[in-house]
Design a protein around this ligand. Sequence first.
Ligand code: PNW
Length: 440
Amino acid sequence: MQFKRSDFPEGFLFGTATSSYQIEGHGFGGAGPTHWDSFAATPGNVVRAENGSRACDHYHRYEEDLDLVAAAGFDCYRFSTSWARVLPEGRGTPNPEGLDFYDRLTDAMLERGIKPCATLYHWELPQPLADLGGWRNRDITNWFADYAEVIMGRIGDRMHSVAPINEPWCVAWLSHFLGHHAPGLRDIRATARAMHHVLLGHGRAIEAMRGLGMKNLGAVFNFEWATPADDTPEAIRAAELYDGYYNRWYLGGVFNGAYPQIVLDGLEQHLPKNWQDDFPTISTQVDWCGLNYYTRKVIKPNNQPWPSHEEVEGPLPKTLMGWEIYPEGLYNFLKRTQAEYTRDLPLIVTENGLASPDVVANGVVDDPARIDYINRHLAKVRQAIDEGVPVDGYFVWSLLDNYEWALGYEKRFGLVHVHFETLERTPKNSYHALTSALKG
Ligand code: PNW
């Protein structure tokens, strides 16, 4: 790595991130079924119809995995709790084994001097709630707040930070409009409702955790910088609309108590009645804002139904996901988020990383692309800090190669290679480089 810990301000936190369904293994230990199990079982949704039933078997290997987090010199570990493991029916009676697991996991972090940073929803909705309409059903906002209370009632006293929802755009748009993630819908009305309910659920969960006396509560968004394909007014407007429903909708709701008009123009008719009345809860005070950043998109208009635009291939080098590498986008978001939405609140880069073609050869995994990607993005974080943006931390996605959702186990984002038959962990060269940078 080109950077050293001492290049960043005193107290800047380095971490790495994972999520429950992507690493733990599911369907045992008293956990209930989730909509990702059923989505993955439907042919055509996921590469080779793979699911998270075994994943990295982190449920049984979490001590070894936390040893890896600690040995690299990370300050924090961003993990998620599985709603279906805590509440197998989604509501009602908690699963004691599930609560015990997160209790052990928390203590195992603290024993290693790692700060626990929790996310309550990283996408595996309990199937019984999916059957009731999931994020389309306004009742989910209450079920979610109840779940927040149950899990944080058990481990909340030991969390460094908590965010209710990982990436509201993915929960709403990717899953209800594009159909790429569970529940796999392509329905504008369902999308609009999910876009609103996911933020109301966020607000209700924050309020529930405040009720428990918790502090350092935040929100985690995923952002893609929208670049117009050319400088025609039509292309500029198309990129603005993309930016509106991808990025600004969620920031606007949570920090400014308002949705962007350019998106309302296409969606308002599908929102639930009296949606404005929910803003006091949606925009309840949070303590920090997390940004997950990977790439940008180049956008051009088309003649399809709203939003009447499409992505075109950009000219920049790409990762194995086909995502262009564009570190400037992270800088742009840090600057703009502070200026227009979060002002003095701390910003945290809660995810950044890439999929690369990593293979183990003689016990070594050489992944220079990952080292370069992290270096280039951290340089942009550094630049934003120098210009006065209060960025307090940076998390690499991900600790382990894991279940990459619709792409199954094919795409590897880990600092640590996982052999999905033997489950053997092999730290990649990026892991070793980070270790030297953090400890050196
Ligand atoms: C993030 N897209 O999600 C997630 O938080 C992780 O669970 C995931 O593994 C990581 O990025 C890498 O993909 C996204 O298709 C997943 O646009 C997919 C998309 C965006 C974000």
